[in-house]
Design a binder for this molecule. Structure first.
Ligand code: PMP
Length: 300
């Protein structure tokens, strides 16, 4: 039996300013975005019909395109409105949105000076990135052989499709060995992040420690969590974290729009508790985004 496909779905997709049937929202095979990864995207979540940090996501989308050298022909406000309309027209209250912008088919080579810039927004219901069981007892990470690149090697602050090539490789390698996700180090060997989420940890001093996002995405969830921790009087230390410190950490968790606040129970041979810090931050985050207790039950 064929695997279920994201191409087969009922609904409407916002495509360059118009709504098209889900199954008709296609691109030609000779598309720059497909061949040369000139594509940037976002992942937004809606809770109770409201998209969390919508304008921040739309602003980041514009910025990511700019970093890749192209201009999305819609303003931040227009992208915000496209996201809201997509949610509304598909009757989604709690869901995930995927805006993606890419260079089209006008030039088919490395140079892409004349390519049209396309934008779509799709939305679907999607309760939890990791299973609820994994989220309760903590997911497992395996350290990847792939390193987050030097900022002079890749546009590391863009949410650009090309940067996910090493994430998929890392995640597949981890899954092959029974882990749920990969921990990625950076080009200097420092702890960086997971494949689609940032990382935080505690070392028994009541403080939160997290790597400095100088060669990977400074996630909006990461920024929210730092803000929430500060509001609660929890000190957050952004610093270089070396892999040999992972054996001394007590609690570890990931943050991301899709991952939300997900506890980590294991990295390679090191194990962690799902303790007070993870629970405090997770509760604060769920309150902040407007997630209701019923949604937590539904996600099981
Ligand atoms: N790092 C990577 C590689 C990601 O894909 C994401 C998800 N966008 C994050 C971090 C977290 O970012 P955010 O909290 O803005 O979703």
């Amino acid at each position: 039996m064929a695997a279920p496909s994201f191409a087969e779905h009922d609904g409407l997709i916002w495509y360059n300013g118009e709504f098209v049937d889900w199954r008709e929202a296609n691109v030609h095979v000779l598309t720059h975005g497909l061949h040369y990864a000139s594509s940037v995207f976002e992942g937004n979540r809606a809770y109770g019909g409201k998209i969390f940090k919508l304008t921040e996501h739309s602003t980041r989308l514009k910025k990511s395109a700019e970093i890749l050298g192209f201009d999305i022909p819609y303003s931040v406000e227009e992208i915000d409105e496209a996201c809201r309309e997509t949610l509304r027209i598909n009757n989604i209250v709690d869901g995930y949105l995927r805006p993606v912008a890419w260079r089209g088919s006008e030039m088919m080579g490395i140079s892409a000076q004349k390519n049209k810039i396309n934008l779509v927004v799709a939305a679907w219901e999607w309760p939890s990135y990791f299973s609820e069981e994994a989220r309760m007892k903590g997911i497992s990470l395996k350290t990847s052989q792939w390193l987050r690149p030097n900022p002079t090697t890749a546009p590391v602050h863009a949410k650009a499709a090309g940067l996910y090539m090493i994430c998929t490789l890392s995640k597949h390698a981890a899954e092959k060995e029974g882990f749920e996700d990969a921990l990625m180090l950076d080009y200097r060997g420092y702890v960086a992040e997971a494949t689609g989420a940032n990382i935080f940890m505690t070392f028994g001093d009541g403080k939160l420690h997290t790597p400095i996002p100088d060669c990977f995405l400074n996630g909006l969830t990461r920024q929210t969590v730092i803000e929430l921790a500060k509001r609660k009087g929890i000190e957050v230390i952004e610093r270089i974290i070396m892999p040999d410190e992972l054996s001394k950490a007590e609690e570890v968790f990931l943050t991301g729009t899709a991952a939300e606040v997900t506890p980590v129970g294991r990295i390679d041979d090191n194990t962690y508790i799902v303790g007070d810090m993870v629970n405090t931050i997770r509760d604060a985050y769920e309150l902040e985004v407007g997630k209701t207790p019923a949604q937590n039950v539904d996600a099981a």
